[in-house]
Design a protein around this ligand. Structure first.
Ligand code: FES
Length: 696
């Protein structure tokens, strides 16, 4: 189970199949499940689960799935794989997780072990756990009118007919709410400029941009109200290509006077990022070889199965509750407050289970609109994007153009120059930070001592881009990996060895880390540990890389197969910005409430954090009641992004659990008159003294 949004449907489908066919083949299972879309899993585990369920129903023994744990040898070249993992004959059967741990890593009892997810049962049983599963009494249905034009000014808008429709409780346009500028990216305070959006504006900058909202008794009435809104557009010239957008005479997308912080609005350049280390020009001039390459990556939608969805209502204390599928509940509370004219203390944001996010729910897309409708009507309001709106009105990965130039001497990369055009679409949101991460990772993976990064982040009349797994790093590391492979080919080098000789090594400083932080100056960093050597050695073994590569060279014909090797680096958390907290409360029976602000969006972080607490307190995960992501009841957390939850929220949980552990040890030491409380062990729900005494 991952996010679990599709799981009840998978389960019902599997039940129907097994009722008819108790011993289905893999193909039959795949065919049966083909009508149930799952964004998270890739179906491998789902198919295996159906096979195991079928075997159990046939009264066959089904052994538990346990990870295979191996100790990592000191020399990565000596890593061996269990035989089944080689798959040289194209086997497809799922394999258990294979975990290599270095010998110095402490042994664990709960962390890293197979564990049923703390939310698994309610997800599998289809309990009402998602935002839209619970609807307050008297709820209205909100709907969003979006622009059919990629660039237009709203000359006139008239909602009288829509408002007159019986059953319609509110219709709001830019004329009805205060104009407060903001940036929709859910980022730490202060959000990077520019604040180039307003909840509803008198100009639209992409097809799917916001025009008006309505709330009515039924979804159909709300949609009908939208159709009755009369909008007189002055259609403006459109620019979709970021290189065209930067040219003189291109349409100016943000010509409004009240947006601050655009680098060059006349040329649609929202940010110019410049960063360098060493002397790139001199190093390139002195290099034995200089190579260049241009690489382009496309726009890509996150396509989480649960759309953006939000329900807002007033509670009995006249506080506004926002129940939302968001990755960043605390950022939403802070960001929405000025837009709706309420202080933070009168807003509560609750994140139930989320049906996937992949970065796209690190944006404030519906919360402000839904809140405006609740404020206007006094009634609970629900808003949800349609699948079409997910493509036209939410966010996507930045399409990038990357131009690399590298200097190579004696097989080493001595200089690299990267010019990056990041297409941010109609609004800036994550434009600055995504490109900074991209430039940093793209130029640090092979870490030349001379490096220069210049990026133009450019407005176009396309739906805005935002956060998506990897956050810019994927695009730039794709480019540098391809260029390094091309360089190796041209120089007659083994591409794997060439990359290995050049990738960032333990102990090396990351030359650009100080100048390229995330939206601001960063921190000097160096690589402190790395499993890359072993990882690549295992990968080469498992894929039979060299034999296949050689065999592939013998192919003729139009369609040929190839095999390549790429490496990437990724950060966990944002240095100097990310923070987390945890609360543990002990109950009468020795169980604990674990309260965490961290946001589990299907990643399993609630379970991982419970495992960390259980490991530290010597209790089973079952003894932890996990409650997360409610701004009234859980401690502050920046949210789920930057692959940080296990490390940052996890460390908050560990430190909290250590404090509780120390209190338990001290109290037990007092009762037993033991001088050194730290000698008492917490294990199996007990405190155990060195002399064998124990208490619960
Ligand atoms: S687990 Fe299937 S969509 Fe998330």
């Amino acid at each position: 189970v991952q996010c679990g949004f599709c799981t009840p449907a998978q389960l019902l489908t599997a039940k129907a199949l097994l009722d008819q066919s108790p011993n289905p083949s893999e193909d039959e299972i795949r065919e049966a499940l083909s009508g149930v879309m799952c964004r998270c899993t890739g179906y491998v585990k789902t198919v295996e689960a159906v096979q195991r369920a079928a075997a159990a129903l046939r009264d066959e023994t089904v052994p538990p799935i346990e990870p295979l744990e191996q100790e990592l040898p000191a020399d990565a070249a000596e890593v061996t794989l269990p035989k089944a993992f080689y798959r040289r004959s194209g086997e497809r059967a799922p394999l258990p997780p294979l975990i290599y741990t270095p010998p110095e890593m402490p042994k664990t009892r709960v962390v890293g072990k197979a564990q049923k997810k703390v939310d698994a049962e309610k997800l599998v049983r289809g309990r009402p756990v998602f935002t839209d599963d619970k609807r307050p009494a008297g709820m209205l249905y909100g709907a969003l009118l979006t622009s059919p034009h990629a660039h237009a000014r709203i000359k006139h808008i008239n909602a009288d007919k829509a408002r007159a429709l019986p059953g319609v409780h509110a219709v709001l346009t830019h004329q009805d709410i205060p104009r407060v500028k903001y940036a929709s990216g859910g980022q730490s305070y202060p959000n990077p400029l520019p604040y180039d959006q307003a909840s509803l504006d008198d100009k639209v900058r992409h097809e799917g941009d916001r025009v008006a909202i309505a709330a009515a008794e039924t979804p159909e009435l709300a949609e009908k109200a939208l159709r009755l809104i009369e909008v007189d557009y002055e259609i403006l010239p459109v620019v979709l290509d970021p290189e065209e957008a930067m040219k003189a005479g291109a349409p100016i997308i943000h010509d409004e006077p009240d947006t601050e912080g655009i680098f060059d609005a006349q040329r649609n350049i929202v940010h110019r990022i410049e960063s360098k280390v060493g002397d790139v020009d001199a190093a390139l001039a002195a290099a034995e070889h200089v190579f260049e390459g241009e690489y382009r990556t496309p726009k890509q939608q996150q396509a989480h199965l649960e759309p953006h969805v939000c329900i807002t209502y007033w509670d009995e204390d006249d506080r506004l509750v926002i129940r939302s599928a968001t990755q960043v509940p605390f950022h939403i509370r802070r960001m929405v407050a000025p837009l709706i004219g309420l202080p933070v203390k009168r807003i509560r944001v609750v994140k139930p289970r989320i049906g996937g996010g992949f970065g796209n729910k690190q944006e404030m897309l519906l919360e402000d609109l839904c809140a405006h409708l609740t404020i206007a009507t006094g009634r609970p309001v629900r808003m949800e994007y349609t699948r079409r709106q997910e493509f036209t009105s939410s966010r996507s990965r930045h399409p990038n153009i990357m131009r690399y130039k590298v200097g190579i001497s004696a097989g080493k990369i001595v200089a690299a120059d990267l010019y990056l055009i990041g297409d941010t679409g109609a609004y800036g949101t994550h434009g600055l930070t995504v490109q900074m991460v991209g430039g940093f990772k793209g130029l640090t993976l092979f870490n030349p001592p001379n490096a220069r990064f210049v990026s133009d982040v450019v407005y176009t009349n396309k739906p805005p881009t935002g956060a998506f797994r990897g956050y810019g790093a994927m695009q730039c590391q794709f480019g540098i990996n391809v260029l390094m492979a091309e360089v190796a080919e041209k120089l007659g080098l083994d591409a794997v060895k060439f990359k290995r000789d050049n990738w960032l090594k333990v102990g090396e400083p990351m030359h650009l880390s100080k100048s390229l932080g995330e939206g601001r100056e960063g921190f000097a960093q160096k690589m402190e540990s790395s499993g890359l050597e072993a990882c690549v050695a295992i990968g080469l073994e498992a894929t039979d890389y060299y034999r296949k590569r050689e065999a592939n060279r013998q192919q003729n014909g139009v369609i040929r197969r190839g095999i390549g090797m790429a490496v990437v680096m990724h950060g966990s958390g944002i240095a100097g910005l990310d923070m987390a907290a945890a609360t543990l409360k002990m109950n009468d029976d020795g169980s604990f409430n674990l309260l965490i602000g961290a946001t589990d969006l299907g990643t399993g972080s609630d379970t991982i954090l419970a495992q960390i607490a259980a490991e530290t307190l010597g209790i089973p995960v079952d003894d932890l009641i996990v409650y997360s992501s409610d701004t009234d009841f859980t401690p502050f957390d920046t949210g789920a992004y930057a692959s940080s939850t296990t490390y940052i929220s996890g460390e908050a949980v560990r430190k909290t659990a250590l404090k509780i552990k120390a209190q338990i040890q001290e109290y037990a030491a007092l009762l037993w008159k033991v001088d050194r409380p730290e000698t008492l062990i917490l294990q199996d729900r007990k405190v155990i003294a060195p002399d064998g005494r124990s208490m619960t």
